[in-house]
Design a protein around this ligand. Structure first.
Ligand code: SF4
Length: 250
């Protein structure tokens, strides 16, 4: 069959044997949409027992989440995700919250115990400190959008591992695409280095305006780290004042 360009179409067959291949299918579906049916996607279901990370993997997230046009639709499509092991240990999925048309998107690492219990990001002690910091620059919490790199709580608040980040971060990239913030405030090194695909130390990058794709990004300390290291509050204050200035100028 020829397509509208006159070229023979590409036909790619992928077995849904694991979530990486599912991600590939999603990418191919997007490519198909963009290229006027020049890519044909044919998937083949495999027995549940052969699925890798979780027995329900690939069933809980509709493959069309990448085409969600609104934040609530995205939430609806991914909220039952079991793509990594954290899905089976979470109490609540923590999608994100706030102004869906915000100029500023605040991105942290992962839900903690209070967030896991409530389903809301940044509601524990670190969240209360974040609210105070935002109030201090006259950017109240309800005016920004808040999310994490990881949507489910890692047990004992450990740092999420590479596989968990790799499985979950596409959801965050989609959230950013939908919110379209002018500036991202990345809290802590996990957030910064995941978004920028780098391995920076905080001392090297704070105090600068960085770039995530076409969006300005400012890095500062995670409020949970500030609770443990109050001597970092001055630097954080400087960072959020810069955030305010950059936001007003953008
Ligand atoms: S952490 Fe992310 S990828 Fe893992 S189960 Fe939760 S939503 Fe899915």
């Amino acid at each position: 069959m020829n397509n509208s360009t006159g070229k023979l179409p590409a036909v790619i067959q992928v077995k849904l044997a694991n979530m990486n291949s599912q991600s590939l299918v999603q990418a191919l579906e997007q490519l198909r949409d963009l290229t006027d049916n020049t890519v044909y996607v044919r998937t083949e279901e495999v027995a549940q027992s052969s699925l890798g990370t979780h027995p329900d993997a690939s069933l809980d997230v509709p493959s069309d989440w990448t085409r969600a046009r609104t934040i609530p639709t995205l939430n609806e499509r991914i909220c039952n995700c079991m793509n990594c092991g954290l899905g089976s240990t979470r109490t609540r999925f923590v999608f994100g919250s706030g102004n869906e048309n915000a100029d500023v998107m605040v991105i942290g690492e992962a839900p903690g115990a209070e967030e896991d219990a409530s389903g809301e990001p940044f509601v524990g002690r670190a969240g209360q400190l974040l609210n105070k910091i935002l109030d201090a620059i006259e950017m109240p919490r309800e005016t920004v959008y808040v999310a994490n790199i990881i949507k489910c709580r890692p047990p004992d608040n450990r740092r999420p591992n590479k596989e968990e980040v790799a499985q979950c971060e596409p959801y965050l990239h989609k959230q950013i695409e939908l919110v379209k913030p002018k500036v991202i405030l990345a809290l802590g090194l996990t957030a910064v280095n995941t978004l920028l695909r780098t391995n920076h130390k905080m001392g090297d990058i704070r105090g600068k305006v960085l770039q995530y794709q076409n969006t300005k990004l400012i890095a500062t300390y995670h409020p949970a780290a500030l609770l443990r290291n109050p001597e970092w509050k001055r630097a954080t204050w400087e960072d959020v004042q810069m955030l305010k200035k950059v936001c007003e100028e953008s």
